[in-house]
Design a protein around this ligand. Structure first.
Ligand code: PHE
Length: 461
């Protein structure tokens, strides 16, 4: 961010805007969540519905959040005041604070697993896979995962480390440095995922893996899968909870909001698809179960690298880069409650960070692993891990998104909206603006409502 103007910080250039926004979007969602949800929900048909959600729900909402943030240059709660909206609309900001805590409860434990995998790979825990038969290697990778995540102490320690790293960065305010790191490391992560893909595509089960990922079979698609695809689109693009509003508030005035949202959505989706291309061939080659759930990434990636030259070095690099992607996403998540406590509750930055991390660690203990100490506690048919995931992605973010859609589509002043989206009339994009407004008014909210009604069984399609 650029300090040269002393009114309020902005990102230094269009490229910085792109990478910072992508740094929030790209994270465990691409590498860990997308593949396992595709696996659990039957493959290609889920991917297709996910694309539709990104295009018709995600992108219009991202543009709307950018608009709210950049036109007011305020945080997610203050922005609605600045737009002279009724107090009700601040609910979006408050709900965002809650959503980000709910997401962090489970996200930080998965980040802990990823950190622990860096050390497992460094210690050479996966080296023996190279000389094993396929069956034994698959069994070994699975049992290593089970042991790593269900231990009685170490998962808590790793989660604690992950949250501490995030807190230190937030307190030290070295975000500038982080932005620079993201700029180099995101392309590296991208390159490494491509290497994984190339390796995976040489495996026997490559064809089956690709068909699973890309050929839609609608008979496998349930109503709850459609809601999950929608929730995943929100989670992936960090939408519906104020993150993109806050980021938008740092954008430069000449940034084309349409182009940024398209670039971010496209790059993010590409990373998810590449992760899928790297993982599903392994699943079919080694006779694994695509619907195995949250362990999918951890049980397959060590196998991808097991029998190639420099495999263990690449494995270490893969988990380091994934840890960094998870950490930059967590920075944007925790910044939401931190900014709220500072600006609305007049706390110091240190106190705000400590309070947020404290809450995350105490309640996050419950989620360390679905099979750990608290794994037997079930509320509404779900363990804590699934419960926080379900409530945030499938309920709170889409409701936040619906409110944002209604606010920008029906309440906000359209002249001001067009003025902002045309970068104060310096862009000649009237057609684009009209097109966006009609999608936002009619298509996005209709889809959101239909998916909700469908998932609770009021309508069926
Ligand atoms: N988009 C991030 C990911 O996919 C998660 C996230 C959600 C970050 C919401 C910020 C806000 O990993």
């Amino acid at each position: 961010m650029n300090n040269s103007n002393n009114k309020r910080e902005t990102f230094s250039s269009g490229l910085a805007v792109f990478f910072a926004t992508l740094g929030s979007a790209v994270g465990l969602g691409n590498i860990w969540k997308f593949p396992y949800m595709v696996g659990e929900n039957g493959g290609g048909a889920f991917v297709l519905i996910y694309f539709i959600c990104i295009l018709l729900v995600g992108m219009p909402i991202m543009i709307s959040e950018f608009y709210i943030g950049r036109s007011t240059r305020k945080n997610a709660v203050g922005a609605f005041e600045a737009l002279k909206a009724k107090p009700f609309w601040k609910t979006i900001g408050y709900m965002g604070v809650l959503s980000s805590l709910f997401i962090m409860f489970f996200y930080s434990s998965v980040a802990g697993w990823v950190y622990s995998y860096v050390f497992k790979a460094l210690k050479g825990d996966f080296l023996p896979l190279a000389s094993m038969s396929m069956e034994d290697a698959a069994l070994n990778a699975s049992s290593q995962y089970d042991a790593a995540v269900s231990g009685s102490i170490s998962p808590f320690v790793w989660q604690f480390i992950a949250v501490t790293v995030v807190s230190i960065i937030l307190i030290a305010g070295v975000k500038n440095g982080i932005e620079k790191i993201t700029k180099t490391l995101l392309p590296l992560l991208f390159a490494l995922v491509i290497i994984c893909c190339i390796r995976a595509l040489t495996l026997e089960g490559a064809k089956q893996g690709l068909s699973f990922l890309f050929l839609p079979d609608f008979s496998k698609l349930s109503a709850s899968a459609v809601l999950s695809a929608l929730g995943l689109a929100f989670f992936k693009l960090s939408l519906g909870m104020g993150t993109m509003t806050t980021y938008g508030s740092y954008f430069t005035n000449d940034n084309n909001l349409f182009a940024t949202s398209a670039r971010v959505a496209l790059s993010d989706t590409l990373v998810s698809l590449l992760a899928g291309i790297a993982i599903f061939p392994v699943v079919f080659t080694f006779g694994m179960e695509p619907g195995m759930g949250p362990g999918l990434l951890f049980k397959t990636i060590p196998l991808v690298f097991s029998k190639i030259p420099l495999g263990n070095v690449l494995l270490v690099a893969f988990f380091i880069l994934t840890s960094i992607a998870a950490t930059t996403a967590m920075l944007s998540l925790v910044e939401v409650p931190v900014a709220f406590f500072i600006e609305e509750k007049q706390m110091s930055r240190n106190k705000a960070v400590l309070l947020s991390s404290g809450l995350i660690l105490i309640i996050g203990l419950l989620t360390v692993h679905p099979k750990s100490v608290f794994g037997n506690v079930v509320i509404a048919g779900k363990g804590f891990f699934d419960l926080f995931d379900y409530l945030s992605s499938n309920i709170m973010l889409p409701i936040g998104g619906l409110l944002i859609t209604i606010f920008v589509g029906y309440v906000a002043n359209k002249d001001q909206l067009s003025y902002e989206l045309s970068n104060h009339k310096t862009l000649n994009n009237d057609g684009m603006i009209k097109f966006y407004i009609s999608i936002l008014k009619y298509i996005t909210p209709a889809l959101l409502v239909i998916v909700f009604l469908n998932s609770i069984g009021i309508i069926n399609f």
